[in-house]
Design a protein around this ligand. Sequence first.
Ligand code: CUA
Length: 364
Amino acid sequence: MSEKRAPLIGFLVVFIVLGILWIWYPFGTPGRDHIPLTTIYPLTENARETQGIYALVYWITLAVFLGVEGLLVYALFRFRRRGDETAPPEQTHGHTTLEVGWTLATVLLVLVMYVPSCQAIRFHQGKPPSANPLIIDVTGRQWFWEFYYPEFDLTTANEIVVPQGRTVLFNVTSTDVIHSLWFPAMGGKRDAVPGRTQPLWFTPTELGNYHGQCTEYCGSSHALMQMDITVRPQAEFDAWIAGQKAPADPASMAGFGMFAASGCIACHMTMQNDKTVLHMNGPNLMKVASRKRIAAGILENTPENLKLWIHDPQHVKPDAKMNVPAMQCTGPGQPDPCCRDVQIGNCLAPETVDQLVSYLEMLK
Ligand code: CUA
């Protein structure tokens, strides 16, 4: 290979690899199950609306890329130095037609993307299509999601179930900093802003379980603020609601004493999940054993993980607000670290943690 050609060939290789990646990325990726936070497998009309704009922008930018790079490659070959040419090529300056042309073409392309974007924003910001949507009040917290179903007077956390085919209308707010509610497959994001309540709606039609993620930086455990939405047939949704509203298993009552004595009750309620428990410091735990995950979507809900979480929440979720007053750490026989660090797990004897885990496991 001549020295003159090496850079040209290198450029061509980069061009081809970039082109393949560009085409492969959106269309060749391995499916939603492997990338739960992707928007490119839309499952609601709202998500398809957004995906349509994404696809439009994709094809326009691909055409621009191929056009510009194609001209560049053409020029590289067509006007390369030949033989023993030594004089510089003819120099030109300014070309009114060209300059007006590429300015107008750019404006036109931007307009082609701008108009449907405005239409989509109107669609998303508009009223939900149903006169009787399922309303869910959402409160972002550092670092979990509180969900309240006014229709059923039900408070839960981090995991919601909705019926297939009924429009869901979220009223989104926050009690501390700005968070953002986002279920990628369902489409749309809505910021959770303290002092404001903002709507987000969609109509889930596909059964299944879909992942969500806080998408506004909200502090050290922002990335660990996740949630799930499960779409079920109406009958299964009704059964889920009934299960969530059912009173606790009487056999679990024995564990409540330890739960209260350990200080957990200062932030978590296990005996009720109606409106009166809204905005407690921690997630409602009345039916915690029915959830798939704990700690806002971070850990599978297993006895081992519950134990790990209660023992050392800061290790699992940095700066989690799970602690107890220091006065509870001064009792005789307490393990030493608790006086240095008031995190709740360090203040509890291992057998106490075991008892708490057994109790929480009964809250189905
Ligand atoms: Cu909440 Cu990021």
